[in-house]
Design a protein around this ligand. Structure first.
Ligand code: AMP
Length: 190
């Protein structure tokens, strides 16, 4: 089973992805993390992309496409991937379909955690006191939420057309959301 997970920062994507990884023995493929790894390890790719990432722009489709191909083509991860942070646009969504098809796989479900801006702000402010994340202040949170929702809409619309999109109410408790997601997965596993 391959899953794509969407949700703005603060929607609970990380928590629910961890839940899925443990319950269904999946692997979370976060393109943001892959890119940060390259930067932290000062690889040639890392130095090429660090200014792009730091300014909040998107890295080229070609670069991210190469990174995810490594995983899709690797038997260890076959039918075990949660795509987090990918696809970010329609071109990437189509590239993902092509890559998966090439390696005899498909997307089984697309989850979108839907939360209000108020909830995202509240959670991020709570998180700030717990983890002291430097960038997690309210103004940035609002900007990131709005940008995320605007950019991701064509992509979620695309998956809605093929009936893969499941919107989950991210306002509920962590356990309730996990339960709902499990129910959706069990229904497709049949
Ligand atoms: P994230 O952790 O998903 O918020 O990603 C952090 C940063 O990595 C983004 O702001 C982009 O610069 C870059 N990035 C992550 N995923 C992608 C992607 N699918 N396409 C292009 N850039 C990406």
């Amino acid at each position: 089973m391959n899953i794509v997970i969407f949700g703005p920062p603060g929607a609970g994507k990380g928590t629910q992805s961890n839940f899925l990884v443990n319950k269904y023995d999946l692997y979370q493929l976060s393109t943001g993390e892959l890119l940060r790894y390259e930067i932290n390890n000062k690889t040639p790719l890392g130095s090429e992309i660090s200014s792009i990432i730091n300014s909040g722009r998107l890295v080229s489709d070609e670069i991210v496409g190469k990174l995810i191909k490594e995983y899709i083509s690797n038997k260890i991860y076959k039918n075990r991937l949660i795509f987090d942070g990918y696809p970010r646009n329609l071109n990437q969504a189509k590239n993902l379909e092509n890559l998966l098809r090439k390696y005899d796989q498909k997307i089984d479900m697309v989850l979108k955690l839907s939360v209000s801006l108020e909830t995202v702000c509240r959670r991020i402010l709570e998180r700030k006191t717990l983890e002291k994340r430097a960038d997690d202040n309210e103004r940035i949170a609002i900007k990131r939420y709005e940008t995320y929702e605007k950019n991701i809409k064509p992509v979620t619309d695309f998956y809605n057309q093929s009936n893969l999109l499941k919107v989950v109410d991210g306002e509920k408790s962590i356990a309730q959301i996990s339960n709902e997601i499990s129910g959706l997965i069990n229904s497709i596993k049949g």
